[in-house]
Design a protein around this ligand. Structure first.
Ligand code: OGA
Ligand code: MN
Length: 291
């Protein structure tokens, strides 16, 4: 059966069906998923529980996988693959992580609007989350369409931001939440990366406004002016009409384009178990150039 799509929101995000995520894809189906991603930026597959190996294998069909911030923190993992990123609240021994568990800072920082791994020089493309255990309530994930956000910006603001760059830092959001346990070596491993504040999304050819909680500084502005501009742009980009909210069911598999969207998790009771596993692909050309 071929890929089928059902829009979930007036602007972006669609439910995708007709594809078995446990099986390898043929080139035509990969092309149809890429085309759907270019159009919708967020695809929701339902009823597709995957084990670790299956998620890794399926994700790899869309590009080389990235290991995320663990490259800098060297935090231990409970998974068999470095490229499987643990975004839930499960401790290494399989129990629900206690409030004082160091891994929770990542869970909490994910509740701020961001695009994955924009703080590293290797550009990432898609992220995918597999829902293994979900909370009874709360803990939704939200996405915002940054192409629609550009379109909706006042002309005056477009002129103010065009041509500017922002420095993205791996630790800015965590430090803003009061987490300052990072060594000089870890900080040095991920120096801030300068990125355009406006870019063209390659898949759709549409312009994107690209603010994030990872942005710590904006070119041509003082620190406070830059941070206020990022706050203003985040507020604009995440207004209700531009946001799709996903309520998780076990077996959901959501993939999104980090170059066209922002996302965040919603607060939940941390004593409830939430096991969501992420894979993130790198842009193929950049990964090849770096190799
Ligand atoms: C992520 C992320 C949010 C959530 O997986 O990259 O930001 O709801 N997740 O867990
Ligand atoms: Mn994320």
């Amino acid at each position: 059966m071929a890929l089928q799509l059902k829009p979930l929101h007036p602007l972006f995000a669609a439910e995708a069906s007709g594809v078995d995520l446990k099986k390898p894809l043929d080139a035509a189906t990969i092309a149809s998923i890429d085309a759907a991603m270019d159009r919708y930026a967020v695809l929701v597959f339902r009823g597709q529980p995957l084990d670790q190996a299956q998620q890794i294998a399926w994700s790899r069909q869309f590009g080389p996988l990235d290991a995320g911030l663990r490259k800098a923190t060297g935090a231990p993992t409970r998974f068999q693959y470095d490229e499987l990123i643990d975004v839930g609240n499960v401790a290494l021994d399989g129990s629900v992580a206690g409030r004082d568990n160091a891994k929770l800072i990542g869970v909490l920082a994910n509740q701020l609007w961001h695009s994955d791994s924009t703080f590293q020089d290797l550009p990432v493309k898609y992220s995918m989350l597999s829902a293994v255990t979900v909370t009874d309530e709360d803990g939704e994930t939200q996405w915002a369409d940054l192409r629609a956000a550009w379109d909706a910006l006042p002309e005056k603001t477009k002129r103010h931001v065009e041509g500017r760059t922002a420095w993205h830092s791996a630790f800015h959001s965590r430090i803003s939440l009061g987490d300052d346990r990072y060594t000089q070596e870890q900080l040095a491993r991920f120096p801030s990366i300068e990125r355009p504040l406006v870019h063209v999304h390659p898949g759709s050819g549409r312009k994107v406004i690209f603010p994030s909680v990872h942005c710590e500084r904006v070119s041509g502005l003082t620190l406070p002016e830059g941070r206020l501009l990022i706050a203003e742009l985040l507020e604009h980009a995440t207004q209700r009409e531009l946001v799709y909210t996903h309520t998780w069911c076990v077996g959901d598999y959501v993939m999104w384009d980090n170059r066209a969207t922002l996302h965040r998790g919603k607060r939940y009771d941390l004593s409830m178990r939430r096991d969501l596993r992420r894979t993130t692909t790198l842009e193929r050309h950049a990964a090849q150039a770096a190799a």
